[in-house]
Design a protein around this ligand. Structure first.
Ligand SMILES: Cc1cc2nc3c(=O)[nH]c(=O)nc-3n(C[C@H](O)[C@H](O)[C@H](O)COP(=O)(O)OP(=O)(O)OC[C@H]3O[C@@H](n4cnc5c(N)ncnc54)[C@H](O)[C@@H]3O)c2cc1C
Length: 440
């Protein structure tokens, strides 16, 4: 085993959480090495670029809210705030074959799906309460289904929230997700949506370059296959070339299931906790088109599965950001959250395209197949943690029972919903613990 110096720390994963942890650990004088399995940094927020595009496109649609203080605060520290844009694209909801804007109070008031009487008032009052209250713990004791039916009423729930819950969590979990999740989602949303000049990948690359200049080593295409506590108190990381590297402290930013697989010396109770956490996967197709699809210029279409679409959302990225950044191409996402055993994880790109593309005429009757220049498909089995009732009791501790091994993932940012903002928060929280534990 290669033993490292006294201050040596490893980060597993170069997603936004891992990069943020590395930033604080390095600032505290630690000698930091990041191990990343893929050939790029950015994790789930990563993007790619065609040769004729100036900007990158995220593999999975991404934007920030104006309330995303952790990531915007980090960007301020790095002095890059002038590279953040906050346009105001239009999101729409489906009602009886048509889409209606639904991203501001006046727009919601005009939405015909709730009628014009008491339902609209109940919808408004419930929304206002959830925006204003900070007291989320009682809400995790009940489900979105039960709470919304009681306070917003059956009709409002079935028209507005149930389709969204089905889309996000499928039939299996839609009625068992707890109400604190919905609170967190509604509490922080803003109508302006943000991105970084050049896209999220540009941000991640710039952040990684900054870390390298600070002295952090980032090893791409280097997968960790085992995490083993050593008798001398070090943590050994076994890489995919069979080498063993010893560190004083290690933080893993992978999914809980993967950590359980990597660190089999964790005590049973912690391992079982990791394995009991549920999550949904995501399958996203990206299309570059010769023409704009939404003639109204809509960015985000919320689509109820019950309306017969084989996907949950259609997002025209170039109605958020100018097609000029993408060599004039119009970029469209077709996305869905799905159970990890769903057939869309196994179907070929051609098969998925054959399922999705005929529906595009419903968004623009003039759409033709030859508008499509190119398609890409991205899939991940770990996309959206599922918080059940009293979920706060199930969150694994950042400090694992193995001394020196820490865990910081999307599954622990609860009650907040996963996002790059909270990846920064949990990465930095883990770093703070590591620094204080080593100083004690
Ligand atoms: C469909 C979708 C839409 C989203 N939309 C938004 C949005 O609009 N706004 C937003 O802010 N967030 C959004 N998110 C969430 C956001 O992408 C995540 O919350 C965030 O990127 C998580 O960062 P992380 O560092 O915790 O984990 P990850 O990004 O998952 O990083 C973990 C890293 O670990 C690496 N890794 C895994 N195993 C190993 C191993 N054995 N060895 C070495 N490396 C390993 C992975 O390759 C990866 O790079 C979205 C996510 C999805 C899936």
């Amino acid at each position: 085993m290669n033993h490292q110096e006294k201050n040596s720390v490893a980060v597993i994963g170069a997603g936004i959480g891992g990069l943020s942890a590395a930033y604080d650990l390095s600032q505290a004088g630690r000698d930091v090495t990041i191990y990343e399995a893929s050939d790029h940094v950015g994790g789930l927020a990563a993007g790619f670029k065609e040769p004729h595009w100036d900007w990158t496109v995220e593999r999975f649609y991404h934007h920030w809210f104006q309330t995303d203080n952790h990531i915007l605060g980090l960007i301020d520290e790095l002095d890059w705030r002038d590279q953040v844009l906050f346009p105001r694209p239009v999101s729409v909801m489906y009602h009886q074959g048509k889409f209606y804007p639904f991203d501001s109070i006046p727009a919601a008031l005009m939405y015909p799906g709730l009628g014009w009487g008491i339902n609209k008032i109940r919808f408004g009052l419930v929304g206002l309460y959830l925006r204003l209250t900070k007291n989320w713990p009682p809400l995790e004791k009940t489900t979105v289904d039960a709470w919304m039916r009681q306070w917003a009423g059956n009709q409002v729930y079935e028209q507005m929230w149930h389709p969204m819950m089905i889309g996000k969590f499928g039939e299996e979990y839609a009625s068992v997700v707890n109400m604190a999740w919905m609170w967190a989602r509604l509490h922080v949303r803003t109508t302006r949506l943000g991105t970084f000049l050049g896209g999220f990948q540009t941000f991640a690359d710039k952040f990684a370059d900054h870390l390298r200049q600070m002295g952090v080593t980032i090893l791409l295409k280097t997968r960790i296959e085992k995490i083993i506590p050593e008798p001398d108190g070090q943590i050994a990381l076994i890489t995919d070339d069979g080498q063993s590297h010893g560190f004083n402290q290690v933080v893993a930013t992978t999914s809980p299931g993967l950590l359980a697989h990597l660190a089999q010396d964790l005590p049973k109770s912690y391992l079982n906790g990791l394995l009991s956490l549920e999550s949904m996967g995501a399958v996203v197709m990206i299309l570059s088109l010769r023409h704009q699809l939404s003639r109204e210029g809509y960015y985000w279409y919320n689509i109820p599965k019950s309306a017969g679409f084989p996907f949950l959302s259609l997002v025209e990225h170039t109605n958020f950001l100018s097609p000029d950044y993408f060599g004039g191409d119009h970029i469209l996402y077709i996305g869905d959250y799905l159970p990890q055993d769903h057939e869309n994880f196994d179907l070929s790109q051609e098969e998925l395209q054959a399922r999705f593309v005929p529906h595009l005429k419903k968004f623009n009757p003039y759409f033709e197949r030859d508008w499509i220049k190119k398609t890409w498909i991205f899939r991940t089995k770990y996309a959206q943690p599922v918080p059940l009732v009293n979920h706060s009791k199930n969150i694994p501790d950042i400090r694992t029972p193995i001394p020196g091994l820490y865990f910081a993932s999307m599954s622990q940012v609860y009650p907040w919903d996963r996002g790059t903002n909270f990846a920064v928060e949990i990465g930095r929280r883990a770093a703070k613990m590591m620094i204080s534990d080593k100083n004690d």
